[in-house]
Design a protein around this ligand. Structure first.
Ligand SMILES: [Zn+2]
Ligand SMILES: [Zn+2]
Length: 257
């Protein structure tokens, strides 16, 4: 064999390997077994997050989620000149809290395990962001700042159960633009578990096996194996609303910075 033919053979062989042909040196495909195992690929639920607002990247066993905090849907909290501005329907102009969404462009970063595990004990949420919704905006718990109960702020919440301040637009209640009595993916909580609407895709109806945090383990539209996740609990608040996440973290949360 002359040199030219040898080179051609080498190129052919390397080309086959690059196309996925079997070879003795091929690395075994990592298995997403949980804990510190590096992720082979981004869990597909992350593909539902608004790409204009949210980026999600793998970092070893972690996923780093970064958002600008803006929602991808209409709200009376946009400035009146913004294309997504609508007049209030669930509240009134005089009840809106100060500050339009446009003013709150920021950078909010959450790092979670790609395969989060439940902690041995649950832990309370605190004020500020406790999760990131698929829209790009932040999820808050059932408390308001300044020792105010959420009841005092409900009149100013838009149809997504959201308002602005202190650093971003954020949801307290079932966000109707994302989920309205269905099993849609709502977002991710700071302990790495996903949260879905009031119904579970595994049964098509309200789960009856939820823990105190609205969590249970089943398949979802994004998990072919039974996986722990949260739901918005189908329990009325003030006879009208559903609180987005009033419970404790069942995993180990990271701060949203
Ligand atoms: Zn609030
Ligand atoms: Zn479920």
């Amino acid at each position: 064999m002359n040199i030219k033919n040898t080179l051609s053979l080498l190129l052919l062989v390397s080309g086959l390997a690059a196309c996925g042909g079997s070879s003795d040196t091929e690395e075994p495909t990592p298995v997403d077994g949980g804990g510190d195992t590096p992720l082979a690929m981004l869990p597909d639920a992350f593909l539902e997050f608004e790409p204009d607002n949210v980026t999600s990247v793998i970092d070893g066993a972690n996923v780093i989620i970064e958002t600008n905090g803006l929602p991808n849907h209409t709200s009376p909290y946009w400035s009146t000149t913004h294309p997504l501005y609508i007049e209030p329907v669930a509240t009134t102009i005089d009840r809106l809290v100060p500050g339009t969404i446009d003013r709150f462009v920021g950078t909010y970063t959450l790092t979670v395990l790609g395969n989060p595990q439940r902690a041995t004990t649950s832990s309370a949420t605190s004020l500020g962001g406790i999760g990131i919704a698929v829209s790009g905006s932040l999820i808050y718990n059932d408390q308001e700042g300044g020792n105010q109960p959420l009841d005092n702020a409900v009149a100013g919440l838009d149809y997504n159960g959201a308002h602005t301040g202190p650093t971003s637009y954020h949801y307290h209640l079932e966000p109707k633009a994302i989920t309205d009595d269905d099993s849609n993916l709502v977002g991710i909580i700071a302990d790495g578990f996903f949260i879905f609407g009031r119904k579970c895709n595994s049964t098509g109806t309200y789960p009856n096996d939820l823990d105190d945090s609205g969590g249970h383990t089943s398949i979802t539209q994004h998990h072919t194996e039974a996986t722990y996740h949260y739901h918005i609990q189908n329990e009325l608040y003030l006879n009208t609303y559903y609180i987005l996440f009033p419970g404790d973290y069942q995993g180990t949360p990271n701060a949203i910075r």
